[in-house]
Design a protein around this ligand. Structure first.
Ligand code: PGA
Length: 256
């Protein structure tokens, strides 16, 4: 069984260019979000806009988050932003280990440290996992198992219940719905992730984390993935920058 409430995350990445645009975008998303009954919406803006967005009012089921946190709690870390800082500015979630960060050197070890720091600071971590390529021999499954094992090392069962896992096949990110992963394959992969969780934490924990899919989610493939993908929601990149499109995705998710 999937989770009662769905979660849809807007990952704005390095967009938009101004604080004014960020506020406009948030306001437009909020408009659709207000009428949702069964869906939580999370907006992960760049750090720099968090504070001004947090000043706008929002319904209880609309949350704010960031796209990364520093690996250390505090100290001399030029250019970094700590979990404590973002918590104090209104974030309740943080994405961790997005493939675009892993591509510039973020390791599983660092991801694991950040997940722990997030929990210490009462931030819900959304840890991204996913293979770069798929092959007939199933090497991508081995890769994914290892990535999950290393990223979630040392987590307690209690923490697992608050964890969000975003399965994002890297090859499917930033394309269009036609090049996204098909719902049947998503189902196979989300079942695999649950199998790995049960190996690592016990059978009763297989479905403990909220499980999202990300990678070219658009209006066109939302319903099919919801129907067949075995997911609790989505991590949406480019489509979350277009309020009309993101609004449609939210409505489709909420109707289910
Ligand atoms: P996309 O991005 O929806 O643009 O593919 C998803 C993500 O990278 O989180």
């Amino acid at each position: 069984m999937q989770k009662q409430r769905k979660l849809v995350v807007a990952n704005w990445k390095m967009n938009p260019d101004t604080s004014l645009e960020a506020k406009k975008l948030f306001t437009a998303i909020r408009l659709t979000a207000r009428s949702l009954k069964n869906t939580d919406v999370l907006v992960c803006s760049p750090f720099i806009y968090l504070n001004s967005i947090a000043k706008l009012d929002r319904p209880k089921h609309v949350y704010l988050g960031v796209q990364n946190i520093a690996e250390l709690e505090k100290g001399a870390q030029t250019g970094e932003v700590s979990a404590t800082m973002v918590k104090n500015e209104g974030a309740t979630y943080t994405i961790i280990g997005h493939s675009e960060r892993r591509a510039i050197g973020e390791t599983d070890e660092s991801v694991s440290k950040k997940i722990n720091l997030a929990f210490v600071n009462n931030l819900r971590p959304i840890v991204c996992v996913g293979e770069r390529i798929r092959d007939k021999e199933g090497e991508h499954l081995t890769f994914l198992r290892e990535q999950i094992k290393a990223s979630l090392a040392g987590l307690s069962k209690r923490q697992l219940l608050d964890l969000v896992i975003a399965y994002e096949p890297v090859w499917a990110i930033g394309k269009s719905y036609q090049d996204s992963m098909n719902p049947t394959d998503i189902h196979e992969m989300t079942l695999f992730i649950q199998k790995v969780l049960s190996e690592l934490f016990g059978k009763d924990m297989a479905k403990a984390p909220t499980l999202l899919y990300g990678g070219s989610v658009e209006v066109e493939n939302t319903k099919a993935i919801l129907d067949y993908g075995n997911v609790d929601g989505f991590l949406v990149g480019h489509a979350s920058l277009v309020p009309l499109e993101f609004g449609r995705i939210l409505e489709l998710v909420d109707r289910r």
